[in-house]
Design a protein around this ligand. Structure first.
Ligand SMILES: [Zn+2]
Length: 269
């Protein structure tokens, strides 16, 4: 069998650009190929592979999900072997997501810290499932003046920093101009801090941050009607992330509670 002939049936989707720092390629082996992946992201990545094939055996399922560890190269996703002489071929599609999309459990009692410095207090202008822009989203908006230092609510690894935008508007189509930072936590959850000020990030992807570390300055970028910090915690899922309510330390920091719309919270710890 001339392996080179196989190439004519390969799908071009293999070479399509992924938004994540994930690279797919083939490794040639006797009578077949391995589909390989490199994950250059600073968190684990879920890869969903969908294969169509003819006259080859494959080691993976027709649709299979792989959890590839952070910063890992040369991971074999599937091994393909030719069955017999004839018309061989396959094509596949891939999608990739930051984090482990198969995860269901997380630390429900973790005491999160408020996302600003000690001694400050801010109003929660929109709460979980809020009518304006949080419908079916467990997110919180903190009414913060421009340039307020935003701090890490929990330790973890910075996996994405976007702070190049300087635009905002009151309709959903401005959402893509939001500056944001995403942090991966040890229990598989992620937190995202949005609407940050242009070029204000104090951290970069790959940094490990502890609770209270200043991440950036609050701003007014993206879909907003005024300066504020949008904060969400979630487990990544393929279509829509599973947003979760988390408990925050309030008052002297001894009690952890779910925060509510129109509540003013102060940080004394
Ligand atoms: Zn919001």
């Amino acid at each position: 069998m001339k392996l080179k002939y196989l190439l004519f049936f390969f799908s071009i989707s293999l070479f399509s650009q992924s938004k994540l720092a994930v690279k797919y390629y083939y490794e040639e082996v006797e009578n077949g190929f391995n589909i390989m992946v490199d994950n250059n992201e600073y968190c684990e990545v879920s890869v969903v592979l969908r294969l169509n094939h003819e006259n080859v055996t494959v080691s993976s399922k027709k649709q299979d999900t792989f959890i590839v560890p952070a910063r890992t190269v040369g991971v074999r996703l599937s091994a393909l072997k030719a069955i017999h002489i004839g018309r061989y071929g396959f094509d596949f599609r891939h999608r990739e997501y930051r984090g482990n999309i198969t995860k269901t459990s997380y630390n429900k009692n973790f005491p999160y810290s408020l996302p600003f410095k000690k001694g400050q207090s801010f109003l929660i202008s929109q709460g979980y499932d809020g009518d304006f822009s949080h419908k079916n989203i467990k997110a919180l908006d903190f009414d913060m003046p421009l340039g307020t230092p935003v701090t890490a609510i929990r330790g973890g690894t910075v996996v994405k920093v976007e702070d190049s935008f300087d635009k905002h508007g009151e309709t959903a189509d401005f959402a893509r101009f939001s500056n944001y930072i995403i942090i991966s936590h040890p229990d598989g959850t992620f937190s995202r801090y949005a609407h940050l000020k242009k070029e204000s990030a104090k951290v970069k992807a790959g940094d490990f941050v502890t609770t209270g570390k200043v991440l950036a300055l609050s701003g007014n970028t993206g879909w907003t009607t005024g300066p504020h910090l949008h904060l969400e915690v979630y487990i990544p899922k393929p279509s829509e992330n599973l947003y979760i309510k988390t408990k925050f330390k309030v008052g002297r920091g001894h009690v952890s509670v779910f925060l509510k719309e129109n509540q003013t919270v102060n940080r004394n710890y």
